[in-house]
Design a protein around this ligand. Structure first.
Ligand code: FAD
Length: 493
């Protein structure tokens, strides 16, 4: 059988492991800045089904940078407000986005619930044919053995990597094994050794060489478990999600509704409204805490358990949504986080990562996907900056030391931002676990006396984590990237 990699050389570019949000975003970003890359995805084909995902202002900023924002916008409703309710449907607070301080570099806040499969699908369309390989599960990634490296000699003709280096002359690579000195790149908190590249092992035993590897294989990444400095933690929370269509006379004011009590949070958002059929498609979720690896049984039993837990709750159409959802259409997820340390890089050598593999966060802020997209963009920005700093050389001429240094800078700058998001999301999760009738009574009383502003449920601060600008531009015509020192300061702000 023909190898899916026939005719494709990865050794002069990057290999991305995983073709989800983070992997597809990284592939587009690297491609835009002239770094040849392929993505290896373990699924047999691109996903066509799936759930929805709440995408906030920062996610849209990343999608715009990657060139697919407008196409997605046209297909998904814009959410204009959030309402927080107690289990009997009483409104604790309602937050209109128009009342929140505007994001610094965008005209307005933006939240849309996007069909999950659409993001990797549209991103993949931005790539040259053959850039994403399906049925290509990866079992291991290692840095190229110390001291033995590939010496790259360049000529200015030939093409071993299809379609990805359109702006640059393509190198022909001759490999010799030499004893090369290893390089040290100093980051703010650690010294990391730079090997010359990475080797990726596939499930079928094949090995591929590349100049750097990007782990984008999600929260259960086995390689990240082995190499990442921060540990993955199970948070004792469990969540279900689904998309369900129900009858709906009208949809006047698209809003996200959250309900909370007894350690449970539910939420639902309209995704699409079909006025001719009077049908609304909703994304809903149900999260509950302190579930120490509890076995919820088969999907039928899971649904019954959920219905029992929210018996008597009367929050909008939530009961109707739950009732209308076939058990086999709900997805259950255990909730994990990897609390990275601000200012600390994640990996060593020519290996890095994006998304849940590196900075998994709990879903309580709805930010995991958005920060995966941000990281994909930033990886491209830092590679572009490294090429500029080396005198505007094409990626093929970028030295291994410069690649390693760029990866560590990328991780250090990203760690500042994602550490805050992970912390804030976990904090919200703790609040949900503790929410009970007494907590609602206290919150209600505080609201009556105008003191609710002291809590994060207020329009001044509720969405400030969605303010994000990339450290530079991926697009040639845009403004040049800012210096790294300024980026780090921006992240701290
Ligand atoms: C209940 C819940 C609700 C959420 N709600 C939101 C929300 O509203 N908004 C939001 O922004 N985020 C949300 N998230 C988080 C979001 O789903 C993730 O953060 C996001 O999917 C991460 O993208 P990723 O590309 O890193 O990983 P994934 O989406 O998991 O993609 C990883 C890819 O790698 C592939 N893969 C895995 N192993 C291998 C291997 N060995 N070799 C090759 N390929 C491999 C997988 O098939 C997959 O395609 C939610 C999460 C949960 C659990």
């Amino acid at each position: 059988m023909a190898s899916p990699f026939d005719g494709i050389s990865s050794k002069d570019g990057a290999i991305i492991i995983g073709g989800g949000f983070g992997g597809a975003a990284a592939a587009v970003a690297l491609h835009k800045v002239g770094v040849p890359c392929i993505a290896l995805e373990k699924s047999r084909h691109a996903r066509s089904e799936g759930f929805s995902i709440g995408t906030s202002t920062n996610g849209w900023r990343a999608l715009d940078e990657l060139g697919i924002g407008d196409e997605l916008r046209s297909e998904h409703l814009s959410i204009e407000s959030f309402t927080f309710c107690n289990p009997s449907g009483g409104v604790l607070t309602n937050i209109e986005f128009k009342d929140c301080p505007p994001p610094p570099h965008r005209p307005d806040h933006e939240l849309r619930v996007v069909m999950r499969e659409a993001i990797p699908r549209l991103l993949t369309k931005q790539l040259p044919p053959g850039a994403v390989h399906y049925d290509a599960g990866v079992t291991d990634v290692t840095a190229t053995p110390s001291g033995k490296g590939n010496l790259l000699l360049y000529t200015t003709f030939g093409a071993s990597f299809p379609g990805t280096m359109k702006h640059h002359c393509q190198p022909v690579i001759f490999q010799r094994t030499l004893d090369l000195p290893r390089c040290n790149t100093t980051s703010r908190t650690s010294d990391t050794t730079c090997q010359d590249g990475a080797e990726v092992t596939l499930e079928d035993g094949r090995k591929l060489q590349c100049r750097f590897a990007v782990l984008a294989d999600g929260v259960h990444s086995k390689v990240a478990a082995k190499l990442h400095r921060a540990k993955l933690e199970f948070m004792n929370d469990v969540a279900w999600r689904a998309i369900t269509e129900i009858d709906s006379e009208e949809l006047m004011h698209p809003e996200g509704v959250f309900g909370q009590g007894n350690g449970i949070r539910i939420g639902f958002f309209p995704v699409k409204y079909d006025a001719a059929r009077k049908k609304a498609l909703y994304y809903w979720f149900f999260a509950c805490g302190d579930r120490n690896d509890e076995d919820f049984g088969d999907p039928e039993q899971q649904k019954k358990t959920m219905q029992r837990m929210v018996k008597g709750w009367t929050i909008g159409p939530f009961q109707q949504l739950l009732e209308a959802t076939p058990p086999n259409k709900m997805k259950i997820s255990k909730i994990y986080q990897r609390q990275v340390v601000a200012g600390q890089p994640w990996f060593d050598g020519c290996i890095t990562g994006v998304g849940d593999a590196c900075h998994a966060t709990t879903p309580f802020l709805g930010q995991g996907g958005a920060i995966a997209l941000e990281s994909g963009v930033e990886l491209g920005v830092f590679m572009k900056e490294a090429m500029q700093a080396a005198g505007g050389v094409p990626f093929a001429k970028l030295a291994p030391e410069a690649i390693c240094a760029a990866l560590r800078k990328y991780e250090t700058v990203r760690s500042e931002r994602v550490a805050l998001i992970i912390k804030k999301s976990a904090w919200v999760g703790r609040g949900i676990r503790r929410s009970n009738a007494l907590a609602w009574f206290v919150m209600g009383a505080l609201k009556r006396f105008g003191l609710l502003k002291a809590f994060p449920l207020n329009s001044d601060t509720i969405v400030d984590h969605t303010f994000w600008e990339p450290s530079g531009s991926l697009n040639d015509a845009d403004v040049p990237s800012r210096p790294v020192a300024e980026k780090a300061q921006h992240a701290e702000e």
